[in-house]
Design a protein around this ligand. Structure first.
Ligand SMILES: Cc1ncc(COP(=O)(O)O)c(C=O)c1O
Length: 361
């Protein structure tokens, strides 16, 4: 693509990048000798040349065996807190900001539940592009300060991330900046899909089950896309991990839509959760996410708010992993799935630690 795009100009739905892929077993071997960052997979990204990546060393995060959860199976944490700005959001912003710069953007903006704003601020600084982010006004101070610390202009909005989106769009319409909201441009998903590629590199095969704390859903959508690409590359067969979307009971639009058999997920009316990354009442990628969850044979599960922080605390204390509340939610979900025998102890189960414990007030 040679120009900046947000949603499809004809149907107003997210644009998804398609590659001309053929079986290429050689590439899989070549990867091993490359740099441990996003540029490692450059043929599978929208760059003409790996030097177009304005990177900060994101990606190639460790897959850590969970010592305290052996009774639940071969449980591993994919530790995304090791990324720049301590969350998986760095992956998406690395590719999206680099492409925006390449295609001529002069300034950037996005609404955020927190972590995406910090990542955008850092990558904007790296690409020398000014950044504007809008966050709900109750976003923890530590997150606001982190984004400001990377030079972003931050506006605090009286509302949820969906209200922040309106503020960002009005601001960018006036200033001519480019919007990098979740799935409203095609490249954040491209960066995040590499989590799927890395699982194959980490394990030599794909896991049986994946648990992913979900807001807008781009992590899941990206990995689902990666699995499809890897099949076309001849790296895997048609089997897929069962994907489980994890949400908090106080904001569970995807769980409700799954339970009701819907193809889209209507907005959640009063979203309440201290797992800030999960406080997304309406996901623009709902259709894509719901399809992936169903086709994978997995599903969506909501967990009680009171169980979230104690579970995150357990991961930190028992595993030494910098787990945020979103990952606490995923652990609670795993324990429930195990009780229901929807995740078995003879299986390999990957829990995404999507971000570190960054939310001090
Ligand atoms: C730590 C963390 N986990 C999970 C999510 C949800 O990610 P997504 O919106 O891609 O589903 C977020 C989003 O802000 C997050 O910050």
């Amino acid at each position: 693509m040679d120009r900046l795009f947000n949603l499809c100009p004809e149907c107003s739905l997210p644009l998804i990048v398609e590659y001309d892929l053929n079986a290429d077993p050689g590439l899989r071997n070549e990867l091993r000798d490359r740099r441990a960052d996003t540029s490692r997979y450059h043929e599978l990204l929208p760059f003409d040349d790996p030097s177009e990546l304005e990177g900060l060393g994101e990606g190639c995060t460790p897959l850590l065996a969970a010592h305290s959860l052996g009774h639940l199976g071969d449980v591993r944490f994919k530790d995304e807190s090791k990324n720049p700005t301590r969350s998986f959001k760095a992956r998406g912003m690395a590719v999206a900001v680099s492409m925006a710069k390449k295609l001529g953007a002069k300034s950037l903006g996005a609404p955020t539940a927190g972590n995406a704003g910090c990542a955008l601020a850092a990558y904007g600084a790296r690409a020398r592009l000014p950044v504007f982010v809008a966050m709900p006004k109750d976003t923890p101070r530590s997150i606001v300060d982190e984004a400001k610390g990377f030079g972003a202009e931050v506006e605090l909005v009286d509302g949820f991330i969906t209200d922040c989106a309106r503020v960002v769009q009005a601001r960018l319409a006036a200033s001519g900046g480019f919007e990098l909201s979740t799935l409203r441009e095609p490249y954040r998903v491209e960066g995040k899909k590499l989590m799927g590629y890395e699982l194959l590199e980490d394990l030599g095969r794909l896991p049986d089950v994946i648990l992913y704390p979900t807001g807008g859903g781009t992590g899941l959508i990206g990995m689902w896309k990666a699995f499809d690409e890897m099949e076309r590359l001849g790296w895997i067969d048609s089997r897929r991990p069962r994907l489980w979307s994890v949400q908090a009971e106080g904001c569970a639009p995807i769980v409700r839509a799954m339970d009701q058999g819907l193809e889209t997920a209507p907005a959640w009316e009063h979203p309440v959760t201290g797992a800030w990354g999960l406080r997304v009442p309406r996901a623009i990628g709902d259709r894509l996410m719901l399809r992936a969850l169903r086709e994978s044979g997995g599903g969506a599960i909501a967990v009680p708010e009171t169980a979230i922080e104690p579970a995150a605390d357990r991961i930190r204390r028992d595993e030494g992993i910098d787990a945020g509340p979103e990952t606490g939610a995923a652990l609670v979900a795993l324990e429930r799935l195990a009780q229901m025998r929807l995740a078995r102890n003879d299986e390999t189960i990957v829990v995404f630690n999507t971000g570190g414990n960054k939310y001090s007030r």
